[in-house]
Design a protein around this ligand. Sequence first.
Ligand SMILES: [Zn+2]
Length: 328
Amino acid sequence: MIDIHVHLAGSLRPETIVAYAKEQGVPLPTYNAKELESYLTAPEKCVERSEYYDLCDMTDWILQDRRSIRQTVSELVQDLDAQGVLYAEIRFVPSLCTTRGLRQEAAVEAAVEGLQRGMRLSENIKANLILSIHPAMDERETFETIVEAEKFLGRGVCGLDIFINEDLYTSDACDWMFGLIRDEQIPFTVHAGEYTTQSIVKAIGHGAKRISQSVKLLDDPELMDKMKQLRVPLEMCPLTNIHLDLVPAYGKHPIRKLYEAGIRVCVGSDHQKVSGTTLKQEYRRLMKYLGFSKEDVYQMNLNAIDGAFISEEEKDALRGKLKEKFDI
Ligand SMILES: [Zn+2]
C-alpha cells in the first residue's frame, strides 16, 4: 500500500509521548500510555473542528528537541512498514517544534535523520517528508519552512503541504507564498474543498500538484472535469471527514462517486492515533461500506503512486513492488 497523506502529529506512539513528557516535564492529562491512547482518540463526531486538531497538536508538545523528533519519525516509519505500507509521505510541521528555541532547520534535519533510521530498521518501506504550513504560522515562519523545504528537497523532503484556513485562498493574502513556492519549484499539495470548492479552484490555479480532502468536490461538475483533465490526484482521509462531521458516515462518503466519475482518488491514514486507524483499516471500511473491490483499492494505490512527489524511475519501481506485495 501507498500512503501519501499521513501526519506525524496525531500518529505518535503514546508510550513515546509519555516517556518524553516525563523527561521534559511536559504536563499530560495522564502518564499511563494506555489511558493516553484513549484520551488521544477523537470522539466519533467532534463538536468543533478544534476538538480534533487540538489532540493532534498536543503531540507536538514533546517534539521540541532533535532527539524526540528523530525518534518519533523513525518509529512512524517502522509502524507504517509493519502495517504493509511500501511508500509513505509523512507530513511534519517544523514551525511547531520551535517553542523552546529549536530552529526549523534543526527540526527538519532531525526529522530527516529519523526518516533514514526508520528505513534502515524497516523491511520494505521507502519514505519522504512533506513539510506542512499550518494555520497558526505567521509570514516569517511560513517563509522559513519554504526555505527549509527547498534546502532539503530530494534529500528526505519531497514537497510542501499547505494546510491553512480555507477562507485565505479566496483572498490574495497568500499569493506571495504560492508565488515563492512556484519560483522554488517545490511540489505541493493543498488541504482544500472541505467547505467550498473555491479553495480548490484557487489551489489548482496556483499550481498545486495534489488536493487533499475536498469532500465538496461533487458539488461542482465543471471543476471535476478540470481535475480529470489535469489529472490532479485527490487524497482523501474518510475517517477524519467523519470525525469532523463533514460527512455523516462511511456509507455516505463522496469518495465512491468521485472514483466512479474518474477522479484520481487515493486514500491516506491522516492522523493515525487521533483517528484510530491505519491505511489497511480505511480500505477495508471502504470495501465494506461502499462496495469497493480489491481491484479498486489496487487502482487507488496506483493513483497514489502517480501523485507521489518522486521521480518517474522511482514510481516505476514502486509499481513493481506494489504488484508483488499488494495485500488487503
Ligand atoms: Zn491531513
